[in-house]
Design a binder for this molecule. Structure first.
Ligand code: TXA
Ligand code: MG
Length: 374
């Protein structure tokens, strides 16, 4: 069942939320919007309910789920210990795109949520419909992104329907999401923040709480790309196989799977000068087209006019990487809809939202990067 919330009266919205919340309360799965991406929710305290999430998504069972809450007082019901720094982060960033991984209170949620790690990821989403739904369900709500495993995360209800239609009990349609990439996931121990997944809360924001912030090497695009650069031969246009970074065992289990991938072959093109990158992209797309590929390009506003391809998608300005994050997953799905088979993408800096955007782009490309020698 799809509840479309746009242009509904307050009463109609409330009735829809109650209906969806009752389904959650009864152990069914319901997709709902958050400020990042759509989530597929289920009662985190019920193993049977949580199993429905894994089944609907085709999700590997060793990948833990984030628990969504509507009120701060739910934290102490879920965690065994909450460092002062974690409290400060909650004060400043919630509701918002920050997930905190903390020691789980024994028996507070199903073991299928934590996959037996001894920790639980918790976040309070910054979306009125999500908060109302969680509140009305009277439960902590486990919710991964509402896509089939391996597909780009959904930023619109239509994406959820495309991936999970017929496999879940309902979808609350709240329009397009804002941030567009998933929450920042951090582990907090004492006065140390370890970033397991970059997202809407940037590293520089985290550094304003403590200088003691580290990024898990497995999700650090800067590290991945500098390794590629080092191993690059002087010949341009050599596409590299995934480097060791992809093989490291990430602390956040979900980061090890190929996610977000479009169906066509996607490669990133990186180089010291944007002119050289553009010249390469233009030429390689021409060659691919001659070989019968349906070509695609993913480029920033400043350069997009340089390209010719069957499918051209603009990621917004290089000076506003929030736009790129907001559009990325819709763009990846668009290439699929148009049947693009060979796609090249530009890269961007790792500053601010750039870190999350580059992390997702690298994953979508399966770490295939073409490094241009100048
Ligand atoms: O923005 C978001 O976080 C979205 C919306 C729906 O809230 N949710 C989301 O969930 O992205 P999911 O399941 O697609 O990603 C959860 C990530 C995975 O990489 C998972 O491995 C990690 O968080 N995670 C969850 N619990 C964890 C834990 N206890 N320890 C380490 N990593 C954990
Ligand atoms: Mg996901």
């Amino acid at each position: 069942k799809m509840w479309v919330m746009e242009q509904q009266t307050q009463e109609e919205q409330q009735a829809a939320i109650q209906e969806a919340a009752d389904l959650l309360h009864d152990g069914c799965t319901v997709a709902f919007p958050t400020e990042t991406v759509y989530g597929l929710g289920a009662d985190a305290t019920s193993t049977a309910a949580v199993e429905r999430i894994f089944a609907a998504k085709g999700r590997p069972s060793d990948n833990p789920l984030i628990v969504h809450i509507a009120e701060r007082k739910q934290v102490k019901e879920l965690v065994a210990d909450c460092p002062f720094l974690a409290e400060q982060l909650m004060d400043a960033c919630w509701p918002g795109p920050l997930t905190l991984v903390l020691p789980v209170r024994e028996g507070a949620v199903s073991n299928r949520v934590t996959t037996g790690l001894g920790t639980v990821g918790i976040r309070m989403p910054d979306h009125a419909l999500a908060l109302q739904l969680i509140q009305a369900s009277g439960r902590p709500i486990a919710a991964p992104s509402a896509n089939r495993s391996g597909r780009p995360s959904p930023t619109r209800a239509a994406h959820v329907l495309e991936d999970l239609g017929g496999r879940i009990a309902g979808i609350v349609d709240g329009g397009a999401t804002g941030v567009g990439v998933e929450s920042t996931v951090v582990e907090v121990k004492g006065d140390h923040i370890h970033v397991l997944r970059p997202g809407g809360i940037t590293v520089s924001m985290l550094r304003s709480f403590t200088p003691n912030v580290t990024i898990d090497p497995a999700v650090d695009p800067e590290r991945a790309l500098s390794k590629l650069m080092q191993s690059q031969s002087p010949e341009p246009a050599a596409s590299k196989e995934p480097d060791q970074t992809a093989m490291l065992a990430p602390r956040s289990p979900g980061m090890k799977y190929t996610h977000y991938a479009p169906k066509g072959k996607l490669q990133l093109v990186q180089g010291a000068s944007d002119i050289a990158v553009s010249a390469y992209i233009l030429e390689d797309l021409r060659r691919a087209k001659q070989q019968g590929e349906k070509t695609g390009v993913l480029a920033f506003a400043e350069h997009v006019g340089r390209y010719q391809a069957d499918v051209v998608v603009e990621l917004g300005s290089l000076t506003q990487l929030e736009q790129g994050a907001h559009r990325l997953y819709d763009a990846l799905r668009h290439f699929d809809e148009e049947g693009a088979t060979y796609i090249l993408a530009e890269t961007c800096s790792y500053e601010g939202m750039g870190l999350a955007l580059m992390n997702r782009l690298l994953k979508a490309a399966g770490h295939h990067v073409i490094v241009i020698a100048d």
